[in-house]
Design a protein around this ligand. Sequence first.
Ligand SMILES: O=C(O)c1ccccc1NCC(=O)[C@H](O)[C@H](O)COP(=O)(O)O
Length: 218
Amino acid sequence: MSVSVKICGLKTQETLEAAIDGGASHVGFIFFAKSPRNIALKDAGLLADRARGRARNVAVSVNADDETLDAIVSEVRPDMLQLHGSESPERVAAVKARYGLPVMKAVALKEQGDLRQMEPYQGVADRFLFEARPPAGSELPGGNGVPFDWTILSTIDPDIDYMLSGGLDAENIGDALAATGARGVDLSSGVESAPGQKDIKRIAEFFEALRSAERAAA
Ligand SMILES: O=C(O)c1ccccc1NCC(=O)[C@H](O)[C@H](O)COP(=O)(O)O
């Protein structure tokens, strides 16, 4: 079975096309002012229209209020909302009900016990995005380009639907898949030449490495 891939933080047509051509199942747009990947609503709407039907459009927000999410949903018409802040299970349920869209909830992991943070969201979030805790001093809850200890996921219930994230790139994707058996992965920094600057060559190299890892595992 092929691994689903979300390339996150896209801002240009060229890199969006490179992601979809490479085989991305999901493309992500960041709505967080402090991020170098932050995108204007109108630009995200145009990119999402271009991707529609070829990849699933994911709108990423951080503790966004209804007014902000209303604007995102109306302009971008995403297929999925990714909640990447400290949204409570009740907030996740309310967002799902308000927009009728699936929600992926980000959970940051550093040690085995952190997996317990996921429990209140089970049966509420449609999917999880497991990634590293942000390094000290980072203003970004995601997109920091740091991996976590993947062995944390070695005992996870195989029925839990998640994307593995945090510092993935062409060099480590084979090891990451071998360690976790993840069926979905998400990445951003690993296909950039500088923060917020997606790189077509690095996107292609990532997909090449992923296919090679999939062949090795078959
Ligand atoms: O990428 C950002 O700048 C960002 C900012 C605020 C909230 C979430 C953000 N990214 C969410 C993602 O889904 C990233 O792809 C994920 O954190 C992995 O990033 P990376 O470690 O750089 O591959």
